[in-house]
Design a protein around this ligand. Structure first.
Ligand code: NDP
Length: 290
């Protein structure tokens, strides 16, 4: 067990504290606290847990939380009408529509309805495009959290070999864009990649965002690699990542645990994005320390 454990939980707590410290300056300038609206459709138990903890964290940071719960019988038009009302609401700086949505609703149409300036999940094509061309953007929370952990551990990422496993719009693709923005040499691997272990073995940085329990083995890693495990998989009632943690600890220099690694970063970055979105939209100075 040689690898250092990257304590995402502790990093996330510090980030949340810095966000909370920056809230009074925003409130003084805006005449109100930053506000985050979270929309939950249906009764998915995991989504309910996420929404509850997002609301709690928002209030703990001194922000206002607006929670909208809709039955899974809601129509796409009704959901879009709610999003448009939130776009117009001056108290709302960030809008998050909890995914997945019921099958009858087109999540692309709903995301497209969100004002990109309030798109704190960073899923709107305007924000994805800005990230891709290297402009200021609201960036998806999970990959931005991963980047923060990597920079905290490694400092300058310039010239490092990074392999991102997974190419979803939520994690893999924005993660690769962020690493490219830091001048890493980036490879994106996916289900059609040939000889994944050989690809992974090149990497100084491995980000696993696959959704397959313990798929990445310790002997795939280059000795000294830094491993970020985004995966959240429930196996026999226990949470495990996409990386074989015990095996990776033999080879990696540092690794995020599951739970307690990337997971807590996602909510902390959501609060950070809400504060930044509000300040940007109102033309206020960029919040300090976040
Ligand atoms: P998706 O299912 O959208 O994407 C998974 C990706 O993994 C796809 O690009 C897929 O390739 C690739 N993949 C699947 N099987 C293999 C394989 N055998 N070899 C190589 N690549 C493979 O998942 P997400 O990106 O949404 O999430 C990934 C994981 O991260 C999940 O466990 C999820 O629960 C977790 N997660 C955690 C968060 C957190 O806060 N910590 C937030 C978001 C997600 P292809 O495109 O070819 O199908």
């Amino acid at each position: 067990m040689g690898a250092d454990i990257i304590d995402g939980k502790a990093f996330a707590e510090r980030l949340r504290a810095r966000v909370a410290e920056a809230v009074p300056a925003f409130a003084a300038a805006a005449g109100r606290p930053p506000g985050l609206a979270v929309v939950l459709v249906g009764e998915d138990p995991a989504s309910q847990v996420y929404v509850r903890s997002k609301g709690k964290a928002t209030r703990a940071a001194g922000m206002e939380s607006f929670e909208h719960r809709l039955p899974d019988t809601v129509s796409e038009a009704e959901l879009i009408a709610l999003v448009e009302a939130l776009n117009r609401d001056p108290r709302v700086d960030g809008i998050l529509v909890q995914l997945p949505l019921p099958a009858a609703i087109d999540d692309k149409a709903v995301i497209a309805a969100i004002d990109p300036a309030k798109d704190v999940d960073g899923f709107h094509v305007a924000n994805a495009g800005r990230l891709a061309v290297g402009e200021e953007a609201l960036v998806p929370c999970t990959p931005l959290g991963c980047l923060m952990l990597l920079k905290d551990r490694l400092g300058d990422l310039s010239g490092l070999e990074a392999v991102v496993i997974g190419r979803s719009n939520i994690v893999g693709k924005p993660m690769a864009q962020l690493l490219l923005g830091e001048n890493a040499t980036v490879t994106i691997a996916h289900s059609r990649t040939r000889d994944l272990p050989a690809v992974v073995r090149r990497a100084d940085i491995v980000v696993a965002a696959v959704g397959r329990p313990e798929m990445v083995k310790g002997d795939w890693l280059r000795p000294g690699a830094v491993v970020i495990d985004v995966g959240i998989n429930r196996v026999d009632g226990k949470l495990v990542g996409d990386v074989d943690f015990a095996g990776a600890c033999e080879t990696a220099s540092a690794i995020t645990p599951v739970p307690g690694g990337v997971g807590p970063m996602t909510i902390a970055v959501l609060l950070r994005n809400t504060l930044v979105a509000g300040a940007t939209r109102l033309g206020l100075p960029a919040p300090e320390g976040v």
